[in-house]
Design a protein around this ligand. Structure first.
Ligand code: ADP
Ligand code: ADP
Length: 230
């Protein structure tokens, strides 16, 4: 089953930077995809297009059947119910506890309070943080903050998780813990698309690897390697 499709997609930013220069790609439900390439190659733009953070200048993008390039702004929340996003810098709300950060993601889509309570504790438990539910992000380690962000991303049971360098701020051991968590999410059938510079992890996991350079796909291999020196 097709989950994400780009058809001849181009993205030129308003200042004239040509970030994506004609990409066509298909990603099936349940795939785990690493997106690699040099800094400035277009990886972030490529994945921002998938969660409609950016719109394509040309071409079509389908996610779970939605034509998201055309999606009206007021329909974006509907799309985001189906996509969980995880960032390098976690993007937790600093004045909210771990529990409240996850609950907030469910409140904005009008989940009933009784459902929220159970669901938040389920996902925090699942990422191993049930005992830290009442802590603020500043009281948690980087790895723990990323676990909260992952709990938030899976809370409404999305079909796709998009992650932009999720281990970029973490030490190697912590990064491996986070990657195992993504593997467990993928084992449940959730599609994962992850931009990463983590050579060791990519080379060990042997997933599909899409390499981007100067805004085009230069390599797409089913059990690929990182392929760069950094
Ligand atoms: P990567 O994630 O591979 O480092 P990016 O997608 O962030 O690459 O960037 C691709 C190119 O687009 C770079 O030249 C970058 O400077 C440029 N770029 C990224 N975001 C913007 C923006 N909002 N406005 C203008 N140019 C941008
Ligand atoms: P298991 O985790 O062993 O597959 P369940 O299927 O009963 O067990 O799920 C238990 C919990 O796992 C869910 O309530 C949820 O908190 C969490 N979970 C893990 N991954 C996901 C995911 N991709 N989407 C939604 N919930 C998930």
């Amino acid at each position: 089953l097709l989950m994400i499709e780009m058809q001849d997609v181009w993205k030129e930013y308003r200042n004239g930077t040509k970030a994506i220069n004609g990409i066509s790609v298909k990603i099936d439900q349940g795939e785990f995809v690493y997106v690699v390439g040099p800094s400035g190659a277009g990886k972030s733009t490529f994945i921002k297009l998938m969660y409609r953070e950016e719109r394509p200048t040309r071409g079509h993008i389908f996610v779970n059947g939605f034509n998201i390039g055309r999606l009206k702004d007021r329909k974006v929340p509907l799309l985001r119910r189906n996509i969980g996003v995880v960032f390098q810098d976690f993007k937790l709300l600093p004045k909210l506890t771990a529990y409240e950060n996850v609950a907030f993601a469910l409140e904005v889509i009008n989940t009933p309070r009784r459902v929220i309570r159970k669901r938040v504790m389920d996902v925090l438990d699942w990422v191993g943080l049930a005992d830290k539910a009442h802590m603020l992000p500043s009281q948690l380690s980087g790895g723990e903050q990323q676990r909260v962000a992952i709990a938030r991303a899976i809370a409404n049971n999305p079909s796709v998780i998009i992650a932009d360098e999720p281990t970029g701020n973490l030490d190697p051991d912590t990064s491996w813990g986070i990657m195992k968590l993504f593997q467990r999410i993928n084992d449940r059938g959730t599609t994962i698309v992850m931009a990463t510079h983590n050579k060791e992890i990519v080379n060990t996991m042997r997933k599909r690897v899409i390499a981007i350079e100067r805004g085009v796909i230069v390599r797409d291999e089913p059990k690929g390697l990182y392929g760069y020196e950094d």
